[in-house]
Design a protein around this ligand. Structure first.
Ligand code: COA
Length: 368
């Protein structure tokens, strides 16, 4: 028996909901949820027809700008299990992900779901992390992962911290990178906010300002971590959009003061655009690299955002992205060691029309 999956349409929603209700007791997708995923550009919902309705479906979610996919759900109608549909549909989903240049497939499964765990392990998935009380009824789960192509394996004990405010990406990324160099430096909310207060610019628009490369460099320096900066140029960034001359003046003043304090502290600033090869070499030398990226390729939102560039291989860069968008449960699935194609990375590290680029290099002591 060979299955012929097809993409679901809105006409399938009633059947999908029926199948969902016959398969899962809790954490079910609603009709509304199915409609959303059918319409979305960032998901593919594949179904398999059976004699009396749908026999199976698989739902794949893609993480924009990255090479990560999540198998959000997989279900085979009870009457037709054990005949190979689940295995084939899983393989189909992986092929679809590969067609989109996806490198990693991640998923969550209940720890008492022997059939599904058996299926995934047979297909080469490995257990990444236990998820206590992950499901609605309090059951534990497992996060599992498969490398769809040979890739750099996830380093053991890679620190991760999710920013707890919209403006603390810099401190969150800095805490992870510093912690990997010096495990005594804590990753917690107090430290996150303390770092923000040290490193923030006064950005006089709506909301709080983010942290500048100089501010983060000084904060690291003050904690005994060697820091250096790669900046595309020395001007104070993100000032063009500020209309009021008075506000621009304040931002300029703070920006220049930060740079002066870095210079006084002996923090080296190199100006000019760096290449991906420069990043690769710095990683090989043991530097931790924080990158200011534009999130446009990740979420179509043009915001400056700090991430930790953890590793690079021939095809991909791997980032720890502190912005989990309120979704703490999925942080390890979607935000830890996220593969981003090198092309995408090259686009992300030039911010806005002025192509501003900033990287903060820490270390290069190797982790203990
Ligand atoms: C998990 C599920 C999708 C498997 O679908 P299926 O069509 O029965 O699976 P297949 O017949 O293709 O089996 C493929 C492999 O899965 C594993 N497997 C399937 N059923 C199993 C069971 N009851 N116990 C242990 N392993 C099992 C086996 O390794 C099997 O390979 P084998 O037949 O060579 O031993 C199906 O049981 C299901 O829909 N379960 C409920 C929904 C669910 O749990 N989805 C996963 C959520 S994460």
């Amino acid at each position: 028996m060979t299955i012929s999956p097809r993409l679901a349409t809105l006409a399938d929603v009633t059947e999908l909901t029926r199948l969902e209700n016959s398969v899962f007791d809790g954490d079910r997708l609603s009709a509304r949820g199915f409609r959303h995923f059918i319409r979305s550009d960032h998901s593919e919902l594949w179904c398999v027809d059976g004699d009396g309705g749908l026999a199976a479906y698989a739902l794949l979610l893609f993480h924009r700008g990255t090479s990560l996919a999540r198998l959000y759900s997989l279900a085979v109608a009870p009457a037709v299990r054990g005949q190979g549909r689940g295995g084939q549909l899983l393989h189909w989903a992986e092929q679809r992900a590969l067609a989109r240049n996806i490198l990693f497939m991640r998923l969550e499964v209940r720890d008492d779901n022997q059939a599904a765990i058996g299926l995934y392990e047979k297909a080469g998935y490995r257990r990444l992390k236990r998820l206590p009380e992950y499901y609605q009824d309090g059951s534990d789960g497992w996060r599992m992962e498969k490398h769809l192509r040979p890739a750099s394996p996830l380093p053991p004990k890679l620190p991760f911290y999710a920013q707890t405010t919209p403006f603390t990406c810099g401190p969150a990324a800095l805490m992870m990178a510093m912690h990997s160099l010096s495990p005594a430096l804590p990753m917690n909310r107090l430290h996150e906010l303390a770092l923000w207060r040290e490193a923030t610019t006064i950005y006089l628009t709506t909301g709080h300002g983010g942290t500048s490369a100089q501010g983060l460099a000084l904060a690291a320096h003050g904690r005994g971590i060697a820091a250096r900066m790669w900046l595309s140029d020395r001007r104070v960034p993100f000032i063009e959009g500020v209309r009021s001359a008075h506000k621009r003046e304040v931002i300029q003043l703070v920006g220049e003061d930060f740079q002066q304090r870095c210079d006084d502290a002996g923090i080296v600033t190199e100006s000019g655009h760096k290449t991906l090869e420069d990043y690769r070499q710095a990683l090989a030398q043991g530097y931790r690299i924080l990158l200011l990226i534009s999130t446009y390729r990740l979420n179509r939102n043009k915001a400056p955002h700090w991430v930790w560039l953890v590793a690079m291989d021939e095809q991909f860069a791997y980032i720890n992205d502190p912005d989990v968008d309120g979704n703490l449960d999925q942080a390890d699935t979607d935000n830890l060691y996220v593969p981003v194609s090198l092309d995408n990375l090259a686009g992300m590290v030039r911010y806005g029309s002025k192509r501003y680029g900033a990287a903060l290099l820490l270390g290069p002591q190797l982790a203990s």
